[in-house]
Ligand binder design. Structure first.
Ligand code: ZN
Length: 366
């Protein structure tokens, strides 16, 4: 480890659990004790499998960080989970619920084939009846449900090594235009776990000094989810906590110190490769932009228009600029490699001087 890194003691941030977190913790205790009938019913989704269960489900117990709780199964469906075939969360023996449960299962198994006709043919009812029953029980039309399932599948595959075409096909989109049409409607963060800004998650964070100021990094169970540079550690930690407003934060352990020294090394020499998992969260469009940024070689720069062209959105330079500005993984997603067409630097979330310094270091190391 280089000597410039001074690991800092955890800043004085005491995070009290809010009511939601306390409720989730109680629910987790019920879930993990496998008590079948809590007084206040609730449902849980498992983000790694996309399955919605009720407490007492005989399936394998999920890891705590992968569980999201819902007051109603409708909320779980709306977040893109599909009902479990073992505990049937929709099923309270009312024939409508049993039918809605079958419809949901069918849609989950046929994500690409969500028109009512195929559904009606498969179920042996009229499409009008299926639409009515499903909407009544779940609060969603079958079409809308198929849509959130497709979206959820895309989010689950982001960050994997698949191409966007593979991701689309696996998620059940019939064409790329259908995919982009459905995603254009997102202006904020995606449904499910992302929208809840770290709800139920444990995020580890740490800070260090570098030659470009203080560095704060944070990681979820999946990987690095935050890298910031700045003058003032406390402000950076404040920003981090606001960004993941519902997460629990914990200080680094021994292993995590290795992570921050790797990232700090990257500040000193941005040409190095970062051998750490990333947990990149954003809309599909943002993720596309960020992925394209990661493809820009060390020592090269592009302007917003060139980046928009690269992702096949020649008219989207402004949206691309916005996506760059919302990046929360400095260096790992190298938005500093985007400059104005005339060669001037344009803005940088962590300070234009830092951007200039990083580009200079990259030129030198090329
Ligand atoms: Zn279940």
């Amino acid at each position: 480890m280089s000597s410039f890194i001074r690991l800092m003691t955890t800043p004085a941030v005491v995070i009290a659990m809010n009511n939601d977190q306390q409720l989730d913790l109680r629910r987790w205790e019920i879930l993990s004790s496998r008590a079948p009938c809590p007084d206040t019913p609730f449902f849980y989704g498992v983000i790694t499998t996309g399955i919605l269960c009720r407490p007492g489900c005989p399936s394998r117990r999920p890891r705590q960080e992968n569980v999201r709780f819902f007051d109603h199964y409708q909320d779980g469906l709306e977040a893109g989970y599909r009902p479990c075939k073992r505990c049937h969360p929709l099923d309270d023996n009312h024939p409508d619920n049993v039918l809605a449960s079958r419809i949901a299962e069918w849609i989950a198994a046929h994500p690409e084939d969500s028109d009512l006709k195929s559904l009606a043919a498969a179920m042996n009812y009229t499409s009008a009846h299926l639409h009515k029953v499903f909407s009544k029980v779940t609060g969603l039309s079958p079409f809308k449900y198929a849509k959130v399932l497709r979206q959820q599948r895309v989010y689950a595959s982001l960050g994997s090594s698949q191409t966007s075409t593979e991701v689309m096909e696996k998620a059940g989109y019939r064409s790329s235009s259908q995919f982009y049409d459905e995603f254009r409607q997102f202006s904020s963060l995606p449904p499910g776990s992302h929208r809840q800004a770290g709800k139920g998650e444990v995020i580890t964070f740490a800070a260090a000094d570098t030659s470009l100021g203080s560095l704060v990094i944070a990681a979820s169970a999946k990987g690095l989810c935050w890298i910031s540079l700045g003058e003032d550690v406390e402000k950076q930690v404040d920003d981090l906590q606001r960004h993941f407003a519902n997460a629990c934060f914990c200080p680094p352990d021994e292993g995590f110190n290795h992570w921050i020294s790797q990232v700090a090394g990257l500040v000193e020499d941005p040409a190095r490769s970062l051998d750490l998992p990333l947990d990149i969260r954003g809309t599909v469009f943002q993720c596309q932009v960020w992925e394209a940024l990661r493809q820009i070689p060390v020592g090269s720069t592009l302007d917003y228009q060139q980046l928009a062209d690269r992702i096949g959105k020649p008219g989207g330079a402004r949206a691309v600029a916005r996506a760059c500005a919302t990046n929360v993984l400095a260096l790992a997603v190298p938005c500093h490699r985007i400059i104005r067409r005339d060669g001037s630097l344009s803005g940088y979330r962590w300070g234009v001087e830092r951007k200039a310094a990083l580009l200079k270091r990259e030129k030198r190391s090329r």
